[in-house]
Design a protein around this ligand. Structure first.
Ligand code: SAH
Length: 366
């Protein structure tokens, strides 16, 4: 009997402690290492619900009920890099390669603009075809055709000089996930010629140049520990990015990680909630990867504090070929129908799509 009482008291204290930690994170935007670890390792579904409730309150105080859409144009599946987790790594001889011409990319933007998109994200492998000499006139053309739109790039590691030229051409934002903030883990996920230091240097350069910068990591990538996730959070707290992209790791059949376990929606949404309390005004996408492993994933992400969705605007015939992980959400519908369906699904969460540029708070159009 007395041991039952002791257990009850312990359970109540523990329950309070998790909630206190969540409140502390909301108040201070940071926790001590052990506190973060405790939350990551020991939270219950009730604690997660409480975190999401607080994360929604914080997101609503900055963004109301608005969800920002970004039109994602996957411009090339050629890649000279060899990240071990990625389906378009150069060692995957079976990957189907394509690249869009500047004219095709402009067509995607035209269609996207008609649909109401005010941010275009050009993402791709590290493809030497997309040199500065190809990208600069393209960015310039998009910005002069659509002066009300933001251009985001996500084209991997480049020199500082190149980033500067792309910025000067009018690019507003750059996404480069750090992937993992633990150096040893970084080398387990990447070929030996890539380095954590170089990744960090790229991120610093992007920030100094003046981009709105996005970074992020995969949840549940091979060899990842809770300490690694803690390092990711601490790095993000120091770096103070304007955007954070996270999604579950999803194995790809033609990579060295084919038979590894994938990340879970549960841990991914929990990390989204923590990120929202750490960086209240951050732009936080509910990613395609989350929607891929859970049919309700994107909605769950929005209800955990995310406020951005990045639908695919690539031409339907190439969408399948930007094959970075297995079973990637793929819609064969033309973009207009697809965006209408997506907007309906977003509305089911109580949030709604707003067709605006959606810059980070405090950042104006250049
Ligand atoms: N070449 C660009 C864009 C990469 S694709 C760059 O290096 O930044 C965008 C993101 O997809 C990557 O940063 C990575 O975090 C994620 N990704 C790649 N393979 C994945 C996989 N198997 N599962 C989940 N996410 C993956």
């Amino acid at each position: 009997m007395s041991s039952n009482i002791a257990f009850f008291i312990f359970a109540v204290l523990f329950f309070r402690m998790m909630r206190d930690l969540i409140s502390k994170l909301e108040a201070d935007n940071i926790l001590a290492r052990e506190e973060f670890l405790n939350l990551i390792d020991n939270h219950t579904p009730d604690d997660a619900e409480y975190l999401f409730e607080r994360a929604r309150a914080v997101r609503e105080s900055h963004f109301g009920k608005a969800v920002y859409l970004r039109g994602l144009v996957e411009i090339t599946s050629y890649c000279s890099n060899d990240c071990l987790y990625c389906g378009i790594r150069r060692s995957n001889r079976g990957a189907e390669r394509y690249r869009l011409s500047p004219e095709e990319i402009l067509q995607c933007c035209e269609e996207g603009h008609k649909l109401g998109f005010r941010t275009f994200v050009m993402q791709g492998g590290e493809d030497p075809y997309f040199s500065d000499d190809v990208l600069v006139p393209l960015i310039d053309e998009i910005k002069s055709r659509y002066p009300d739109c933001a251009v985001t790039l996500s084209l991997g590691e480049r020199s500082r000089k190149s980033y500067q030229r792309l910025y000067n051409a009018g690019a507003d934002r750059y996404l480069l996930r750090h992937e993992t903030a633990a150096t040893a883990h970084y080398s387990q996920l990447h070929p030996q010629w890539m380095s954590y230091e170089r990744r960090m240097e790229c991120l610093m350069n992007l920030k100094e140049i003046g981009f709105q910068v996005g970074t992020g990591f995969m949840v549940g990538s091979p060899y990842q520990t809770s300490e690694n996730l803690l390092e990711d959070l601490l790095f993000i707290a120091r770096f103070q990015p304007q955007m954070v992209g996270i999604g579950p790791f999803v194995p790809h059949h033609a990579t060295p990680f084919a038979s590894e376990k994938g990340g879970t929606a549960e841990l991914t949404t929990f990390m989204l909630g923590l990120l929202r309390l750490m960086l209240p005004g951050v732009l936080l996408p509910s990613t395609t990867a989350l929607g891929t492993i859970d049919p309700e994933g994107r909605e769950k992400g929005l209800l955990a504090g995310a406020n951005v969705v990045m639908p695919n605007l690539s031409p339907v015939d190439v969408r399948k070929k930007y094959d970075i992980y297995d079973n990637k959400l793929f819609s064969g519908e033309e973009s207009a129908q697809y965006v209408r369906n997506l907007a309906d699904r977003i509305a089911s969460t109580g949030y709604h799509v707003e067709f605006v540029r959606g810059d980070a708070p405090g950042w104006a159009k250049r």
